[in-house]
Design a protein around this ligand. Structure first.
Ligand SMILES: [Fe+2]
Length: 176
């Protein structure tokens, strides 16, 4: 079976719509960090990259009178739930392996526990990696969502990651 490339995900209109909302630069950085962490912890780098890239696609825009309303966001946000569902739908549409699609969606669902009643769930390494990668790129006041990156630079980084994952997957498959 052919691997669904990050490029296929990244260039899909649904991903473009939501990645532009929550920040393309942040999404790519988190994918890059997630791959580094995956290598370190013996996790499939392809799943880590995809979950990292798509982890914030569930964001909604919380505005009051044209201004970003942080309080409203904190109170009502369920972006991890929305993102997990959107990512799963997109992955399946592009032909992703169903078990992989589930693992990626779960890592997105659990990349933050801000919406969960309590912080007591036991998480897999992949789920922990995506959360950590997100935290590594976070800036105060959510500034990481507003950093700019050109389309050309974004595509170069995505292609570079695809190439790296292709090489890493051979090693990963030999190790499991
Ligand atoms: Fe994030």
């Amino acid at each position: 079976m052919c691997r669904v490339l990050l490029k296929d995900l990244f260039t899909h209109p649904i991903a473009q719509k939501y990645l532009n909302r929550s920040g393309v630069d942040h999404a790519i950085k988190v994918a890059e960090y997630a791959v580094q962490l995956a290598v370190k912890h013996g996790v499939n780098p392809d799943l880590a990259a995809k979950a990292g890239l798509l982890h914030d696609i569930g964001h909604y825009e919380w505005y009051t009178n044209g201004e970003w309303d942080y309080e409203k966001y904190k109170k009502n946000d369920i972006h991890a739930i929305k993102g997990a569902e959107r990512a799963h739908k997109l992955l399946i549409r592009l032909g992703e392996d169903r078990q992989y699609a589930k693992e990626i969606a779960l890592a997105i669902l659990l990349h933050t526990d801000s919406y969960l009643p309590e912080n007591s769930m036991k998480k897999t390494t992949l789920q922990q990696i995506v959360r950590l990668a997100d935290e590594m790129d976070e800036e105060p006041y959510g500034k990481h969502h507003y950093r700019k990156i050109s389309k050309e630079e974004a595509m170069i980084k995505i292609d570079r990651l695809d190439h790296k994952i292709y090489q890493l997957l051979t090693k990963y498959r030999e190790s499991v």
